[in-house]
Design a protein around this ligand. Structure first.
Ligand code: SF4
Ligand code: SF4
Length: 187
């Protein structure tokens, strides 16, 4: 028989008094709280006021998202309006929700930036807004900005945002890292 593992010390080790150990009193206390909130909300509803602090999305939109909220993706543009993206697929590879689809194109005439995204789409029905795609991008070609897309719908196929949308809804140039890099490309 293997020895019992040593007991761990937690900083917030609970200490139950006889009151908690009896359980029944705590159960009654929980039910009283639930009842109090339920009847308070019900009373407000019956007198024409809103009860719970619930937004009835999508009819109601919250105006007070946190300042740090980053709810929408932007594909940054080069000065000539083409996407900064080089279709390296790193964002799609790192995406834990597998919701980025990229179709790479190749322009042999463009010696500085031959690879580009022929198609780029994000499935907002699956995106979990983790920001990993932004972190992984080596070109600052994808950003997340403070906004919330107007997503509700009855068809998930409408929740794909394509390249045109991601580039034009809030156009941004890659000011942090212009392309081609300062001093020209390394040969
Ligand atoms: S925010 Fe996260 S889940 Fe959404 S597209 Fe980027 S990596 Fe994928
Ligand atoms: S957005 Fe960035 S990481 Fe994704 S394919 Fe384009 S360059 Fe690569």
């Amino acid at each position: 028989m293997s020895p019992r593992p040593p007991r761990r010390d937690y900083w917030n080790e609970p200490t139950l008094g006889w009151w908690e150990r009896a359980y029944i009193f705590e159960i009654i206390r929980g039910l009283l709280t639930t009842n109090r909130v339920f009847w308070r909300n019900m009373g407000r509803w019956m007198t024409g006021r809103k009860g719970a602090v619930t937004s009835y999305y999508p009819e109601e939109r919250r105006p007070d998202y946190a300042r740090g909220n980053r709810g929408k993706h932007v594909l940054t543009q080069r000065p000539d309006g083409r996407p900064q993206c080089i279709a390296c697929n790193m964002c799609a590879t790192v995406c834990p929700a597998h919701c980025i689809e990229i179709e790479a194109g190749f322009d042999i005439e463009d010696t500085t930036h031959p690879k580009y995204p022929e198609a780029f789409a994000i499935d907002y029905a699956r995106c979990i807004f983790c920001g990993f795609c932004v972190e992984a991008c080596p070109e600052d070609a994808i950003r997340m900005v403070p906004d919330v897309p107007n997503l509700p719908g009855s068809d998930r196929h409408n929740m794909w945002l394509d390249k045109e949308h991601l580039m034009t809804w809030n156009p941004q140039q890659d000011v942090a890292k212009p392309y081609p890099p300062k001093g020209g490309l390394q040969k």
